[in-house]
Design a protein around this ligand. Structure first.
Ligand code: HEM
Length: 207
């Protein structure tokens, strides 16, 4: 049977070695804290002009990309999140994972601190079995949409050099599909359809 890492590599098209090339350089030292804050702020809060076709005069408004995603099913995944918390959760995790101080773990409780990716985000237990928020779908489609926004956020963060961008995107892509694979394992009956949970990514497990 394929491991989650193998599935993640197959579905993402990113080999494990490329996904974890982020560990070859200390990206936190290279890029600095502000870059990670900017990246997550851009991911969650970047404003985009949205044209509303309201007859007879089309309206323009500004919307944030993830929270106001044009696709309702994706927007609804973030419906219970607070934007400021989501930004902080994400950049603190990225900082920690990419060689910086353990900001994320320090802020989370002991339970979170001693668990790895799958348990932190509920992939290994029934929904509602702890106090993490309710599950949300991490399907192939959700992964692609998340990655689409992350690619845009990376492209709009000017302090990230091209090589770091590639390394980070490979890590994000592989991790996103690792999460999809974890969901499918947890919910074989709903393969490719609904499942889900919260997540993050630890270092690769042994194949
Ligand atoms: C949190 C969705 C991929 C890392 C969240 C949240 C949602 C979400 C809805 C809650 C926002 C909040 O309140 O903090 C998704 C979807 C993904 C995806 C649909 C598609 C596959 C990823 C990837 C990573 C990641 C690839 C890491 C490389 C995190 C982290 C948090 C988070 C660290 C904060 C968890 C916490 O502290 O509560 N994600 N995510 N996510 N996500 Fe994702």
């Amino acid at each position: 049977m394929q491991s989650l890492q193998q599935k993640a590599s197959e579905w993402s098209g990113v080999a494990g070695a490329d996904a974890f090339a982020i560990d070859e350089t200390n990206l936190f030292e290279k890029l600095g804290l502000q870059t990670f804050v900017d990246l997550s702020t851009s991911f969650y809060n970047r404003q985009e002009r949205i044209v509303l076709l309201i007859w007879p005069i089309p309206h323009l408004r500004l919307g944030s990309l993830v929270f106001d995603d044009e696709e309702q099913w994706f927007r609804s995944i973030f419906a219970t999140s607070k934007k400021e918390d989501a930004i902080r959760n994400q950049y603190e995790f990225f900082v920690q994972r990419m060689g910086g101080p353990p900001l994320y773990s320090e802020r989370k409780d002991l339970y979170l601190r001693i668990h790895t990716l799958t348990s932190v985000h509920g992939l290994d237990r029934p929904s509602g079995a702890d106090r993490t928020p309710p599950p949300f779908p991490v399907t192939h489609r959700a992964a692609e949409r998340w990655l689409h926004h992350m690619q845009q956020a990376l492209d709009s963060t000017q302090t990230i050099d091209p090589d770091s961008k590639i390394k980070m995107m490979n890590f994000f892509r592989h991790t996103a599909f690792f999460l999809v694979a974890g969901d499918e394992l947890k919910n074989p009956a709903t393969k490719g359809a609904v499942p889900a949970c919260k997540h993050a990514a630890s270092k690769p497990a042994a194949e």
